[in-house]
Design a protein around this ligand. Structure first.
Ligand code: 13P
Length: 256
């Protein structure tokens, strides 16, 4: 069984004192988790402080985005070596909110992934269709294109270092999660695509997370699916108790 990866995407939430409090509480509750990987993705200004709090625990640090250039005159942007220098090991790339509000395309996503890999960061590539696209019957085309173009020109060795998060846009922040069946259908589609492009060995080891209204209430039914290798959690990762409950659901399942 693949090791589950539970990541908390804090999005644009938490001031420094709030971030410090949440990270401290999570460290207390789940700092010594062993059977699942746990990643916190706070906003950029909080990365260092959160990293200091969790550095002697089993919780890892991730960022929510990065720019593809390494340094230079790019006002407001953040580069991969900056992220690694504050302790990041993961970085979310191509989240639907970045695609929707900040004009991210599969091509810019591809460049960001390249920069992440160059500096040893594990990219979490987010893909997922809107409700409109699902209702128009184009989920499969949309997700396939996002994966293919996002991963364009990467070798199998490079792809093996990544994670994909399937996040249907209609499930994000709506309280309406994809059913396990809906998630499994898309995860299988992505895994088949990886298999055809990079081989069965890579596809079998590759982790595909689900994201979109994951809560302590639905975590178990989603994570118990073998096809679902973890969760990318937004709202429910902003409170220690609910995020810890999701992590514990993942841990219990790894013993099942
Ligand atoms: P919610 O868990 O708030 O639906 O957000 C999911 C998400 O976008 C994680 O990246």
């Amino acid at each position: 069984m693949r090791r589950k990866l539970i990541a908390g995407n804090w999005k644009m939430n938490k001031t420094l004192p709030e971030a410090v409090e949440l990270a401290g509480e999570l460290k207390k509750q789940v700092g010594n988790v062993n059977d699942v990987d746990v990643v916190l993705c706070p906003p950029f200004p909080m990365l260092f402080s959160v990293g200091e709090i969790i550095k002697d625990s089993n919780i890892k640090l991730g960022a929510q985005n990065l720019f593809w250039e390494e340094q230079g005159a790019f006002t407001g942007e953040v580069a991969a070596p900056m992220l690694t220098s504050v302790g990041c090991q993961f970085v979310i790339v191509g989240h639907s909110e970045r695609r929707k509000y900040f004009g991210e395309t599969n091509q810019t996503v591809n460049r960001r992934i390249k920069a992440a890999l160059k500096f040893g960061l594990t990219p979490i590539l987010c893909v997922g269709e809107t409700l409109e696209q699902r209702e128009a019957g184009s989920m499969e085309t949309v997700v396939t294109t996002q994966v293919k173009e996002g991963l364009a020109d990467f070798s199998a060795d490079e792809v093996a270092k990544m994670v994909i998060a399937y996040e249907p846009v209609w499930a994000i922040g709506t309280g309406r999660n994809a059913t396990p069946e809906q998630a499994v259908e898309v995860h299988s589609l992505i895994r088949e695509l990886l298999k055809s492009q990079y081989g069965a060995d890579l596809a079998n080891k590759f982790r595909i997370q689900y994201g979109g209204s994951v809560t302590p209430q639905n975590a178990n039914e989603l994570l118990q699916e073998e096809e679902i290798d973890g969760a990318l959690v937004g709202g429910a990762s902003l409170k220690a108790d609910s995020f810890a409950a999701i992590i514990k659901a993942g841990e219990l399942l790894s013993h099942a």
